[in-house]
Design a protein around this ligand. Structure first.
Ligand SMILES: O=C1O[C@H](COP(=O)(O)O)[C@@H](O)[C@H](O)[C@H]1O
Length: 244
């Protein structure tokens, strides 16, 4: 079996800040293509380190924000004034700075139970895409040192969900425990699945995922069926990959 490393497009930068710059240039190129083709760019954002990368670079660029429709790949199910609320982290560091219209951001409703919130978010996505099989232009993904992506964790039953595009989790191994997340079927049905992973702390897992293609780890399972897979990394995260 050839490794995921050869199927994926690898983008390796000297350090994390160069990686953020390269990632954002790529996002803009793809967003312009989507806007030219469809009139808008529909993108899913992840939390974690990606918030900082995007918030540092995107405000410097000339972007038609009114044409972006922003969703979340996963969200911590916490009130908006909670320090770990993914939407609020983006709102403070990016959305409020670039003046993106509020109606272009599709966020979680933390006033609901987490079960209701997942059901509502799935309905919202399907309505916005006007189909039961939504296909994002781009999903921006992170990978934890344990190989999780979105809120899909190794050995967790959510990995096997096939009949939903958004699921809830109440026992996330990484706090906070309650989250909503896109599921594997929708991750596989996108135009561009784009990972960003930086730092030495990720290098063992990057090797497991990209070189050993170890399917125990959720990030390794993200191989879009008809779309492209991109991995943006710095030299630290790519440090154990051979022949690069
Ligand atoms: O908990 C989460 O972690 C992953 C990975 O985050 P990172 O800080 O290691 O890049 C993130 O992609 C996900 O959205 C988040 O909920």
């Amino acid at each position: 079996m050839s490794s995921l490393k050869s199927a994926a497009n690898l983008h390796i930068s000297a350090n994390a800040s160069a990686c953020a710059g390269d990632l954002c240039n790529f996002i803009i190129e793809k967003s312009n293509e989507a806007i030219k083709k469809n009139g808008f760019f529909r993108v899913g954002l992840s939390g974690g380190s990606l918030v900082k990368f995007l918030s540092e670079e995107l405000p410097k660029k000339n972007i038609e924000w009114s044409k972006w429709k922003i969703f979340f790949c996963d969200e911590r199910h916490v009130p908006e004034d909670h320090p770990e609320c993914t939407f609020t982290l983006y709102d403070k560091s990016l959305f409020s700075k670039v003046g993106i219209p509020k109606e272009n951001v599709f966020k979680n409703d933390s006033n609901l139970t987490v079960e209701q919130a997942a059901e509502r978010y799935e309905k919202l996505i399907k309505e916005e895409f006007e189909t039961d099989s939504p296909r994002f232009d781009m999903l921006l993904l992170g990978m934890g040192p344990d190989g999780h992506t979105c809120s899909l964790f190794p050995n967790h039953q959510l990995l096997n969900v096939k009949d939903k595009i958004v699921a809830f989790i109440k026992d996330s191994p990484k706090p906070p425990p309650e989250r909503i997340t896109l599921t594997m079927p929708i991750l596989l049905n996108c135009d561009n699945a784009v990972f960003c992973s930086c730092g030495d702390g990720k290098k063992e897992m990057v090797k497991e995922v990209l070189e050993n293609q170890n399917m125990d780890f959720p990030a390794a399972r993200v191989q879009p069926v008809k779309g492209s897979l991109h991995w943006f990394m710095d030299k630290g995260a790519a440090g154990l990959l051979s022949n690069i």
